[in-house]
Write a protein that binds this ligand. Structure first.
Ligand code: T1G
Ligand code: NAD
Length: 707
C-alpha cells in the first residue's frame, strides 16, 4: 500500500491473522504520527470496517516505540489531512474491538491513539504520557477529553501539566491500561489479549462513553490547581489552556469538549512559545551531532578518576556513580578526602531520607566509589576529571602527575571554568588526550556539559567525552578554547552590560526584576549572591593585570566584596539574607554604595525602563554570541541556545538567545547596538557576523545546519 500523501510506501502495514487485523506502524526512529502514518491508520480503519472477516483490530508500533506522538517537525507548517483528531475518532467509532498493544514510548498523540482504542495493554518497560506542555502545546487529538474519562479529571490534569512519563505499572494503576503483559513482544501480547476478548465476546468500549470518576470533586480542586499552576509556571501559555480543557471535559458533552480542545490547541500552536520550546527540544538533540562523532569511535568508559572532592569534584563523582561507572576520587590529604566522602554521601543520604532511594541501593552505589589520597590509584582508569582549585599552576602540576601515572589511552579532562586548556595540555606528553569537561554546579543536577576541544585534542577523545555525556544524561555542547569558552564568556559580557546599567542609573533590584519578568528564575545580582561574589572577584582581580585600560570598569561589586559580603554564604551580598526569611531583601546600604560610586565617577543617574534594561542585556548577549560563532568557538547558534537553556537559566520557552534574536529581528538587535554605541563605542562593537546576516536578510537559524 502506498501513502496518498507522497506515493511512498506507507509506513503502516496491515495483516489479517486469525480474523484479527494486525496494524503495524513502522516510521523509525519513534513512529511519529506524520501525514503518511495518519493516512495509513485511517486506511487500516476503513479496511477493518469494510472487511467482514475482520473481527478485531490490533495496533502495534514496530521497533523501540509504540508511537512517540505527532511529528514535531510538522508543527509550524501547513497542516496535512487527515488530521489526528479525526483519525482517533474513526478508530474509536469502529464497531469491532480495537486493542493498542504498547511497547516503549506511547506519548502525546501516540497515547491519544491508544486512548481512542477500546483496550490497552503494554510491556513492562513501556512509558505513557501526554508531554505536549513541554512543547508549548496541549494534547490536541482528544487527549484532554479521553484521559479524564480513563484516569479521572485531576489525575489527567496533573499528568498533562507535569509532562511526565508514567511507567506501565503506574499507568495501569491510573486506569490508562487494562493490563501490563509479562512478554516483551507487543504483537504476541496483543494477540493473546485480543483472543481473550473475542473468547469472552467482549464489547466495543468507547472511552468517550466513560464517566469521569471524580466529576463531583474535580471542579473545586481544579481551581486550586489552576492557582498553583499559574504561580509555578509564570509566563507559560499552555498550562492554563490544559486546565480549561479539563474543565470542558467536566462540563460539556464529548464532541463539544473536542471542539473546545481543538480551539485551545490552535491557540497554543500560534503562540511564539511553541516555536521556542520545539527549538529547544531539537537543539537538545542536535548538539550531540558533531564532526568528531562520525570521525571516531569512543574509547572504553567504565572507570573514572575524579581529582578534588570539593563543590564540583563531589557533584561530578555523584553524576558518574549515577551513570553506573566505577569512580576513584583523589584528594590532597586525609581531611580533604573525608570532606569529599561527606559531600558525596550527603546527596544519597538525602535521597534515602526522602524515600527516593533505598538504603540498599545507596550501599550498592557507594560500593562503586574508591576514596584515595594516592594518585597511583588512578593508573588504570579510562578517564580522569580534574576539579582542583582554579589556579593554572596547581592544574599544571596535577596534569604533569597524571601524564606520568595514567595508562596509555586514558582521557585526561579538566573542569576549569576559564583557564587555557592548551596551556594545561602542553605540560603533558599526550596533549591529544587532553580535553575540557566543564560541568555546572551542582554537577549531578545541572544538565549542561561544555565539552571544550583544545587545539591538539583527538577526535577519539572528543567522541569519548560525548559518550560520557550520554551516559550521564547530560546535554553536551562542543566548545573551542577561549576565555570562558561559550557560556562564561557570553555571561561576562551581559554581566558587564548589567553593571553599566547599574552605574548609569538602574538599581540592581530593577535589573533583577526585569530579567525575572523576561522569564529567568533569577536576575544577575541574585545569581551572583547564589554562586558567591568572591569567585567573580577573584576572576576580576586575576584579569586586572591584562584589562584594557580604555575599557569601562564598574567597581560596585568590588566595593561590596571588600566588605566581605559574598552573598548567601555570608548572609549578605547585593541582598540581605535574614534567618528564616525566604530569599534576599534589597539592601539600602548597597544602594548607598551604588550612589557613592556614581558620584565618584561623576555619573548623573538616569531612568531605565524594564524594556531599556532587557534590550541592552539581550543585545550584549546576542552580540557576543555572534562573535563566539564567527570565531568558531561554538559550531552553531543552537549550541549557544542549548548552553544558556541548560546551564544559565535562559527561559526555555524563548528558545535560547540566538533563537530569541531571530524572533526579535536581527535588524532590531543591530539597531539597538548601534544606538548604544553612541554612548560607548568600545563596548558596543557590532559583531561582523551580525552585520553580515542583517545585510543578507538572514537569521541565525540559517547557520544551524553543519556544513
Ligand atoms: N516527532 C519527530 N521526531 C521525534 C519525535 C516526534 N514526536 N520524538 C522523537 N523524535 C526524534 C528525535 O528528534 C531524534 O531524532 C530521534 O527521534 C530519537 O529521539 C497531537 C501535539 C520518544 C522518549 O513530546 O520524548 O503528540 O536526533 O534522541 O532519548 O496531541 O524522543 O535522531 O534525528 O529523543 O530514546 C508529543 C518527544 C509530541 C515526545 C525517545 N511527544 N520525544 O527518547 O531518543 S506533540 C513528545 C521524546 C503531540 C498531539 C501532540 C523522546 C522519546 P534524531 P531521542 P530517546
Ligand atoms: P573547591 O575549592 O570546592 O574544591 C577544590 C578541591 O580540590 C578541594 O577540596 C582541594 O582540597 C582539592 N585540591 C586542590 N589541589 C589538589 C591537588 N593537587 N590534588 C588533589 N586535590 C586537590 O572548588 P570547586 O568549586 O569545586 O572548583 C573546582 C574547579 O571547578 C575549579 O577549576 C573551578 O573553576 C571549576 N568550576 C567551579 C564551578 C563552581 O560553580 N564552583 C563551576 C564549574 C567549574
Amino acid at each position: 500500500m502506498t501513502s496518498p500523501a507522497n506515493h511512498l510506501p506507507s509506513p503502516v502495514h496491515t495483516a489479517l491473522q486469525e480474523g484479527i487485523l494486525v496494524v503495524r506502524i513502522d516510521n523509525p526512529p519513534v513512529n511519529a504520527l506524520n501525514a503518511a502514518v495518519r493516512a495509513g491508520l485511517q486506511a487500516a480503519v476503513q479496511q477493518a470496517q469494510s472487511d467482514a472477516s475482520v473481527r478485531a483490530v490490533l495496533l502495534v508500533g514496530v521497533g523501540r516505540a509504540f508511537i512517540a506522538g505527532a511529528d514535531i517537525r510538522e508543527f509550524g507548517k501547513p497542516p496535512q489531512e487527515p488530521l489526528l483528531p479525526g483519525v482517533c475518532n474513526q478508530i474509536e467509532a469502529l464497531d469491532k474491538p480495537v486493542v493498542a498493544s504498547i511497547n516503549g514510548p506511547a506519548l502525546g498523540g501516540g497515547l491519544e491513539v491508544a486512548m481512542a482504542a477500546h483496550y490497552r495493554v503494554a510491556t513492562p518497560h513501556s512509558k505513557l504520557g501526554l508531554p505536549e506542555v513541554t512543547l508549548g502545546l496541549l494534547p490536541g487529538a482528544g487527549g484532554t477529553q479521553r484521559a479524564p474519562r480513563l484516569m479521572g479529571a485531576m489525575a489527567a490534569a496533573e499528568l498533562m501539566l507535569s509532562g511526565k512519563h508514567l511507567s506501565a505499572d503506574a499507568a495501569h494503576k491510573a486506569g490508562l491500561l487494562d493490563a501490563v503483559a509479562s512478554g516483551a513482544d507487543a504483537v504476541d501480547n496483543g494477540l493473546a489479549f485480543v483472543r481473550d476478548l473475542l473468547a469472552r465476546n467482549a464489547p466495543v468500549r468507547r472511552t468517550r462513553d466513560q464517566a469521569i470518576s471524580d466529576a463531583a470533586t474535580a471542579p473545586a480542586a481544579l481551581d486550586q490547581l489552576a492557582a498553583d499552576t499559574a504561580a509555578r509556571n509564570k509566563g507559560l501559555f499552555s498550562p492554563a489552556k490544559i486546565i480549561d480543557c479539563v474543565r470542558a471535559a467536566l462540563r460539556m458533552p464529548f464532541d463539544e469538549g473536542l471542539a473546545f480542545e481543538r480551539a485551545r490547541f490552535v491557540e497554543c500552536l500560534d503562540s511564539p512559545q511553541r516555536a521556542g520550546l520545539i527549538h529547544a527540544f531539537f537543539a537538545e538533540r542536535e548538539v550531540a551531532k558533531i564532526p568528531e562523532a562520525s570521525a571516531a569511535q569512543p574509547r572504553p568508559l567504565q572507570t573514572i578518576g575524579v581529582i578534588g572532592g570539593g563543590t564540583m569534584g563531589a557533584g561530578i563523582t555523584v553524576a558518574a556513580l549515577d551513570a553506573g561507572l566505577q569512580v576513584t576520587m583523589v584528594e590532597r590529604d586525609a581531611d580533604s578526602i573525608a570532606r569529599g566522602r561527606t559531600n558525596v554521601e550527603k546527596v544519597y543520604n538525602s535521597l534515602v531520607d526522602r524515600q527516593r532511594m533505598t538504603a540498599q541501593a545507596r550501599e550498592a552505589v557507594l560500593a562503586r566509589l574508591t576514596l584515595s589520597t594516592d594518585y597511583d590509584d588512578l593508573k588504570d582508569v579510562d578517564l580522569v576529571i580534574e576539579a582542583v582549585f582554579e589556579d593554572l599552576g596547581v592544574k599544571k602540576e596535577v596534569f604533569a602527575q597524571l601524564d606520568r601515572i595514567c595508562k596509555s589511552g586514558a582521557v585526561l579532562a579538566t573542569n576549569t571554568s576559564y583557564l587555557d586548556i592548551d596551556a594545561i595540555a602542553a605540560v603533558t606528553r599526550r596533549p591529544s588526550d587532553v580535553i575540557g569537561l566543564h560541568f555546572f554546579s551542582p554537577a549531578n543536577i545541572m544538565r549542561l556539559l561544555e565539552i571544550v576541544v583544545a587545539e591538539r585534542t583527538s577526535a577519539e577523545v572528543v567522541a569519548t567525552a560525548f559518550e560520557l555525556a550520554r551516559k550521564m544524561k547530560k546535554v553536551p555542547v562542543r566548545a573551542g578554547v577561549c576565555d570562558g569558552f561559550i557560556g562564561n564568556r557570553i555571561l561576562a559580557t551581559y554581566r558587564q552590560a548589567a553593571d553599566y546599567l547599574m552605574e548609569d542609573g538602574a538599581s540592581p533590584y530593577d535589573i533583577d526584576k526585569a530579567v525575572r519578568d523576561f522569564g529567568y528564575p533569577m536576575g544577575p545580582y541574585q545569581m551572583m549572591d547564589l554562586t558567591g561574589g568572591d569567585i567573580g572577584w577573584a576572576t576580576r582581580k586575576r584579569k586586572a593585570l591584562t584589562r584594557d585600560p580604555k575599557t569601562r570598569y564598574v567597581e560596585i561589586s568590588d566595593r561590596i566584596c571588600e566588605r566581605g559580603w559574598f552573598g548567601q554564604k555570608t548572609g549578605r551580598g547585593y541582598y540581605v539574607y535574614a534567618q528564616g526569611v525566604r530569599g534576599g531583601q534589597p539592601d539600602p546600604e548597597v544602594a548607598q554604595i551604588v550612589d557613592a560610586e556614581r558620584a565618584r565617577k561623576g555619573v548623573t543617574p538616569r531612568a531605565f525602563s524594564a524594556d531599556d534594561i532587557m534590550r541592552r542585556y539581550m543585545a550584549a548577549m546576542v552580540n557576543e554570541g555572534a562573535k563566539v560563532l564567527e570565531e568558531g568557538v561554538a559550531l552553531r547558534p543552537l549550541d549557544i541556545d542549548a548552553t544558556f537553556i541548560f546551564g544559565y537559566g535562559f527561559p526555555r520557552w524563548r528558545g535560547g538567545p540566538m533563537f530569541w534574536a531571530d524572533a526579535y529581528g536581527l535588524p532590531n538587535v543591530l539597531a539597538d547596538i548601534e544606538a548604544f554605541a553612541k554612548e560607548d563605542a568600545l563596548f558596543w562593537q557590532p559583531a561582523p557576523l551580525l552585520q553580515k546576516l542583517v545585510a543578507e536578510g538572514r537569521g541565525f537559524a540559517s547557520l544551524n545546519t553543519l556544513k
